[in-house]
Design a protein around this ligand. Structure first.
Ligand SMILES: Nc1ncnc2c1ncn2[C@@H]1O[C@H](COP(=O)(O)OP(=O)(O)OP(=O)(O)O)[C@@H](O)[C@H]1O
Length: 507
C-alpha cells in the first residue's frame, strides 16, 4: 500500500543574496517512514529542513501539509502544524532552567492570575523528560550546568513533548555518544511505528542506511536522487553525493605506530572534575587516540590538556620543544594562557560556544590564533592575514561566499572546518582535538586525515578524542580507552585491532 504524504515541497528554493542554498526541490515526506537526507557540507540539507520547521522563509516554490498550503512563520507556528526539529547545535539559553528552556515562548500555557506558575511548568518539564527516560534530572537546574550531550537530550525531549507528526533531526547524532545515538534511533523507530514521519540528516552513511527506509541525496542545493531501502548501495550513494567515484579507504594505511621519545605533555596522577588518577604522556610525533563514552571523562581530559581545568590533585607539565636541540623547558600547565604560550591548539567538541566567534568573519576566526605569526612589531600585516586565510580555506575546501562571510552563516560542516583550520594553520605544535571531524562530509574527512598524518610525520603531537571507533583505530599510534573518569586500557597501533576490542573497555 502506498504511504500517505504528510509534507510536500514543490520547487522550493532558498537564496541568501547570490548564494542559492536550495534550488527548486520537490519532495514528499511520507507517514510511517524514516527519510534520510545526505549530501556534502553546504549542499542545502539544513536549509531545507529550516524552511520546513519555520526557521527560514522560502524564497521560491511552496510547501503543503495534507494538501493545504503550509508557510510557517516561526518554529512555534510549525509546531502548531505538528512539525518539530532538533537543530545541529544546541539552541538553548544557558542562564535559564531546564524547564524554562523547554517552554521558551510557550510560557503563556502556565500563566495563572498574571504570573507564570513555575510549579506546574516544572511538573510538565519533568513529564517531558520522562518520555525519553530521563528520570533523575532536576528541571530547575540552569542549563549551563549541563554537558553538551545532556543539553541535546533536553532539546529532543522538548521537540517530542509537542507530539510532532514530522520530527526532523538535523545532524544531532554526531553530537551524541553511543548511548545517546541508541536512544534517538529508538525514538525515530517508535515514531515511524506510530505512523509518524521522520526526516533524519546525517553524514554517517552506515547509520543512515541502517535506520532509514528511504534516502534522498542532495548536491549543491539540488535534489539528486531518492533511493528506497531495498536499493541502498553505499558506493552508489557516495557517488551521487559528490558526483564522482570516491575511493574507499581514507585512513592512513601503515601499521608502524612509532613516535618520538621526547615527551611534550605529561599528565601526572591528576584528579579533577570527573577525572581520576590520570597518568599519560603525549610524545613528539604521536597521534594519541582517546576513546570512551561521553561521560567517561574524555572531553574533560581534552580541556585539562589545554589548561581549561586546574588539577585538584597532581599536575600537568608541558615541555617546550626547542628547535635548537637544547633541553626542553618544563612548565606547569594550569591555564589556557600557558597553553597558548606553549603553542597548544584546541578544537572543542562544543564548537559553536568554545571555539568560534559566530559574528566574526571566516578570516578573523582563522587568524585569531595565529596573530603573532602574522604581525610584525605588534602590527598585523593585512596582506599576510589574507594570504593565510585564503590558504586555509583552500586546503580545507571551506565553502563560503568569501573570507569575509560571517562564520554564523556557514553550514555546520564548514564551521567545523574553520575551527580545525584555525589551529592547524597557526603551527601549534601540540593539537588537542576533540571530535575533529564531527559533521564533516567524506571528501573533507579524507583531507583532514591526510593533514593530521602529515603533521605527525613533521613531528607534531596530536591528542585525538573521538567517539568514532573506526577513526581512532584508523589514525592513532596508541589508543587509551577511558571509563568512569579513569584510563582503563592502552592499545598499540595494530592491524588486528577491532572495534569490539575497544568497546569491551568502554562499557
Ligand atoms: N544565513 C546564511 N547566509 C548566507 N548563506 C547561508 C546562510 N545559511 C546557509 N547559507 C549557505 O547555504 C548553503 C547551504 O547550507 P546548509 O547549511 O543548508 O548546508 P548543509 O547541507 O546542511 O551542510 P552541512 O552538512 O555542513 O551541515 C551553504 O553554502 C551556506 O554557506
Amino acid at each position: 500500500m502506498d504511504k500517505q504524504v504528510f509534507l510536500e515541497t514543490r520547487n522550493i528554493s532558498k537564496k541568501f543574496n547570490d548564494v542559492t542554498a536550495v534550488n527548486q526541490v520537490s519532495m514528499n515526506i511520507r507517514l510511517g517512514e524514516i527519510r534520510g537526507l545526505i549530501g556534502e557540507n553546504g549542499s542545502g540539507k539544513s536549509t531545507i529542513s529550516a524552511m520546513m520547521s519555520g526557521l527560514l522563509p522560502a524564497t521560491g516554490g511552496d510547501m503543503r501539509i495534507a494538501g493545504a498550503l503550509y508557510r510557517p512563520k516561526s518554529t512555534l507556528d510549525a509546531r502548531e502544524h505538528k512539525v518539530s526539529m532538533i537543530v545541529q547545535e544546541t539552541g538553548t539559553i544557558p542562564e535559564l532552567s531546564i524547564a524554562e528552556n523547554m517552554f521558551l515562548g510557550e510560557e503563556k500555557r502556565f500563566v495563572k492570575r498574571g504570573f507564570v506558575d513555575h510549579k506546574r511548568m516544572n511538573q510538565e518539564a519533568k513529564r517531558a523528560l520522562e518520555l525519553i527516560d530521563l528520570h533523575e534530572l532536576d528541571v530547575t537546574r540552569p542549563m549551563y550546568t549541563l554537558g553538551f550531550e545532556q543539553r541535546k537530550l533536553i532539546e529532543i525531549a522538548r521537540a517530542l513533548y509537542y507530539d510532532p507528526t514530522l520530527f526532523i533531526v538535523d545532524e544531532t547524532t554526531t553530537a551524541l555518544s553511543h548511548e545517546g545515538r541508541v536512544l534517538i534511533h529508538q525514538i525515530m523507530r517508535r515514531l515511524r511505528d506510530q505512523n509518524k514521519a521522520v526526516l533524519f540528516i546525517s553524514h554517517d552513511l552506515p547509520e543512515l542506511m541502517e535506520v532509514c527506509d528511504v534516502l534522498t541525496v542532495m548536491r549543491d542545493g539540488n535534489l539528486i536522487t531518492t533511493i528506497e531501502k531495498q536499493d541502498f548501495n553505499e558506493n552508489h550513494i557516495k557517488q551521487s553525493m559528490v558526483g564522482r567515484v570516491i575511493e574507499g579507504n581514507y585512513y592512513r594505511t601503515d601499521y608502524d605506530g612509532s613516535y618520538g621519545e621526547q615527551v611534550l605533555i605529561s599528565v601526572n596522577n591528576v584528579s579533577v572534575s570527573v577525572l581520576r588518577d590520570i597518568d599519560l604522556e603525549l610524545h613528539k610525533g604521536e597521534i594519541l587516540g582517546i576513546g570512551g563514552l561521553s561521560g567517561s571523562g574524555m572531553h574533560e581530559l581534552g580541556k585539562l590538556m589545554y589548561g581549561g581545568l586546574k588539577p585538584v590533585q597532581g599536575e600537568v607539565i608541558v615541555y617546550e620543544d626547542r628547535e635548537d636541540g637544547a633541553p626542553a623547558i618544563p612548565r606547569k600547565l594550569n591555564s589556557i594562557k600557558t597553553a597558548m604560550a606553549s603553542r597548544i591548539g584546541y578544537v572543542s567538541k562544543d564548537r559553536d560556544k568554545e571555539t568560534l566567534i559566530m559574528e566574526a568573519s571566516i578570516k578573523d576566526n582563522l587568524v585569531l590564533s595565529a596573530l603573532d605569526q602574522l604581525s610584525r612589531f605588534g602590527l598585523i600585516l593585512p596582506g599576510r592575514e589574507k594570504r593565510f586565510a585564503a590558504e586555509q580555506m583552500e586546503e580545507l575546501q571551506i565553502k563560503a561566499s568569501g573570507m569575509n562571510q560571517k562564520v554564523g552563516e556557514l553550514s555546520g560542516g564548514n564551521k567545523q572546518k574553520v575551527s580545525f583550520g584555525k589551529w592547524i594553520g597557526n603551527h601549534s605544535k601540540i593539537l588537542i582535538l576533540d571530535s575533529p571531524t564531527r559533521g564533516v562530509d567524506v571528501g573533507v574527512k579524507t583531507t583532514m586525515y591526510q593533514l593530521l598524518y602529515s603533521l605527525k610525520q613533521e613531528g607534531y603531537s596530536i591528542l585525538m578524542i573521538s567517539e568514532e571507533l573506526p577513526e581512532l583505530i584508523g589514525m592513532s599510534d596508541r589508543i587509551l580507552m577511558m571509563k568512569d573518569g579513569r584510563i582503563r586500557k592502552e592499545f598499540a597501533r595494530s592491524e588486528n585491532l577491532s572495534e569490539a576490542m575497544l568497546i569491551e573497555h568502554m562499557i
